[in-house]
Design a protein around this ligand. Structure first.
Ligand code: FAD
Length: 280
């Protein structure tokens, strides 16, 4: 964590750009967001190690800002030996925190690999590297899309935390009660670690609807209807999105959320507006 930290305990997630223009833009975005003293930045990782080198080079570029930067690491489609090499490379680079995930295998891309679930990855990292890494994992207040049911999903989550995770970051959601309900349930099962809400800014309705369907995040009907009514009026979508997400964040913080993790999609503007609204 960084010495001077924003009082709200914010963090920002990036994906590794695959063009020179994307990399240049990310430097500007990184600097605009570093200004708000986040706890950390994180950089996503493609299934089966498909972005391994790009994730690492993006982590290197992002942390030039002086902000601690955590790579994500997913285990699906990977062998233990490969994961061991990645962890060694992270350590060599001075990385001491990461986000451990199962990941999703794109169709047609090899077998599932040696570790089937994220709890096995957390256990593997602890066995291989002891307490070197601070480990964050994913949480699903509205249930993971493949979960048999809410309770089974919660049990798997608790097992993942007990394998040695230090904190959890949630999938995004638009209903604050789902977060509070999830936190209450896992606290009752003995999980004490921080569970930080993941926040997705609303800037593009069709992309958001597509992505929400695949990751199981529910867009409440009143939000869906309002966004639909704007058609391709992107200014109105962004203005309404800013209002909805700012009040969601405020409600989460008022209800005791230990911080906010923003899915930036490599853009600073929408996230900064929300932070300014809630900081007053
Ligand atoms: P798990 O915790 O393994 O859970 C997956 C499913 O299996 C759930 O339905 C769960 O109930 C079930 N399950 C879990 N453990 C067991 C068990 N032991 N036995 C039986 N069933 C079990 N994806 C990427 O590819 N790259 C990224 O960088 C990335 N970053 C993310 C960051 C965050 C904060 C979040 C919330 C998600 C991210 N994802 C990323 C997406 C994530 O990889 C997918 O949601 C994936 O489908 C599940 O990953 P997980 O780590 O939550 O899996």
């Amino acid at each position: 964590m960084n010495a001077q930290e924003h009082p709200l305990g914010i963090s920002f997630e990036f994906f590794p750009p695959n063009t020179a223009a994307g990399r240049d833009k990310l430097v500007t975005v990184r600097d605009a967001l570093a200004n708000r003293q986040p706890r950390f930045f994180s950089v996503t990782y493609g299934a089966g190690g498909s972005t391994q080198q790009r994730t690492l080079s993006t982590v290197r570029a992002v942390r030039e800002s002086g902000i601690n930067t955590a790579p994500h690491l997913s285990c699906i489609g990977s062998e233990r030996g490969m994961l061991r090499d990645v962890l060694a490379q992270f350590r060599e680079d001075g990385i001491d925190s990461l986000v451990a995930l199962r990941g999703d295998l794109p169709s047609g891309m090899g077998g599932i690999g040696e570790l089937r679930y994220a709890n096995e990855l957390v256990e593997f990292i602890r066995n291989e590297t002891g307490d070197h890494f601070e480990i964050a994992v994913a949480a699903y207040p509205e249930s993971h899309p493949q979960a048999e049911n809410f309770e089974r999903d919660v049990q798997h989550f608790v097992r993942k935390m007990n394998a040695g995770a230090n904190l959890a970051i949630t999938q995004y959601f638009f209903n604050a009660d789902s977060y509070f309900h999830f936190v209450e349930r896992v606290r009752a099962l003995g999980v004490e670690a921080p569970i930080v809400p993941g926040i997705m800014p609303i800037t593009n309705y069709s992309k958001l609807a597509r992505f929400s369907d695949s990751c199981g995040a529910e867009i409440p009907r009143w939000i869906r209807k309002q966004l639909e009514s704007y058609g391709d009026d992107s200014e109105s979508i962004s203005a309404f999105g800013e209002e909805v997400i700012s009040s969601l964040c405020q409600r989460l913080l008022d209800g005791g959320a230990p911080g906010l993790h923003f899915y930036t999609l490599n853009q600073a503007g929408p996230v900064l507006k929300v932070i300014d609204n809630i900081t007053g």
